[in-house]
Ligand binder design. Structure first.
Ligand code: ZN
Length: 332
């Protein structure tokens, strides 16, 4: 049993309370490899932002859970080396799908876990989430639950259609499970293909597709039921068009990739939404940068020469999100 406190990590409790009060949101960035982690830590330190490092089941399968845990421990030391005296870094399990998985993460040094029972019948979701909360809270580990189903595909999580969170259920769910935060479904979605072109309209000024708006009425209703309770948005990448264009320009083939407009996320960040998950955007930034090097310098074969620019591009993206979308800069 390793406590996250020994690793210099923190849970989400205090940072969420501050974020709700301050009208901003904490970035939750997924990581699978060293370059991504370096970019996240550097962006967080240089903007003085708290940050949540997320590990999905797919990341655990890809990179190995033990290695990821030690990387998170390294992230804290790296942040200090970069000049951050008191880094506020959370190591969070994204989309935990069983009690056993959540327990194993708590036992190995995670400071926060998500138990996603959103696909289960309501009572089973309550029971599973409660069980995880009871275990995690013994070790001061915070727990994110989920009500409502997000559409889209991300690692092993996928659903054809979304079901908005029912505001009538949130008080009962939060009270009976004791969860520390709640992921809700208001129209965000996983992956880089969040909307079908036929769901969108064309912006006459830019010629770009504009997706349907998020269901802020559902968010408002949830906030009215649970005043001041930490709300989480998954699937909140914006799918920057410049990366999609860059990928396609350099030999990629992304068709009609559409994300959530940053304007809407800025609005959400000012509310009780205090954690915003972003994964696809960094995948796009990395892919765009790597493709550019391959296209422009076909003789290059030193991985540092294409992963380095990819890391720089991701760092730029993370800083942009922190400063211009979530507003979590200068909070350390
Ligand atoms: Zn998610």
């Amino acid at each position: 049993m390793v406590s996250y406190k020994e690793l210099g990590l923190v849970n989400t409790k205090e940072m969420f309370a501050k974020a709700i009060k301050g009208g901003y949101a904490i970035p939750a960035f997924n990581f699978n490899n060293m370059e991504q982690l370096q970019a996240i830590v550097k962006a967080a330190v240089e903007t003085k932002s708290p940050v949540i490092l997320q590990v999905s089941k797919g990341a655990r399968n890809y990179a190995n859970q033990t290695l990821l845990r030690y990387m998170a421990e390294g992230a804290v030391e790296y942040a200090k080396e970069l000049g951050c005296e008191k880094p506020q870094i959370v190591l969070h399990l994204d989309h935990g799908d069983s009690f056993e998985l959540c327990k194993s993460c708590v036992d190995m040094g995670f400071s926060s876990v998500m138990i996603d029972g959103s696909h289960l019948p309501y009572e089973e979701n309550v029971a599973l989430t409660k069980k995880v909360v009871e275990y995690a809270h013994q070790y001061d580990v915070t727990v994110e639950g989920e009500l409502g189903v997000l559409a889209g595909v991300e690692d092993e999580v996928s659903a054809e259609h979304h079901t908005y969170t029912n505001p009538e259920e949130v008080i009962d769910f939060a009270t009976r499970t004791g969860c520390d935060s709640l992921a809700i479904s208001i129209g965000t979605s996983h992956g880089a293909y969040k909307f079908k072109p036929e769901q969108c309209h064309v912006d006459p000024a830019t010629g770009r597709l504009v997706p349907p708006p998020l269901a802020f009425d559902v968010l408002d209703a949830v906030m009215a039921k649970l005043p001041g309770f930490p709300i989480v948005l998954h699937g909140s990448s914006s799918v920057p068009q410049e990366y999609v264009d860059m990928i396609n320009q350099y030999g990629g083939k992304l068709e009609a990739a559409i994300g959530i407009p940053e304007e809407e996320l800025r609005k959400a960040a000012k509310s009780a939404v205090c954690k915003i998950n972003i994964d696809s955007d960094s995948r796009l930034a990395m892919t765009a940068a790597v493709r550019k090097v391959f296209a422009e310098k076909p003789a290059e074969f030193d991985p540092r020469k294409y992963l380095g620019p990819a890391r720089d591009e991701m760092e730029k993206l993370y800083k942009h999100k922190i400063i211009n979308v979530l507003g979590s800069n200068d909070k350390l």
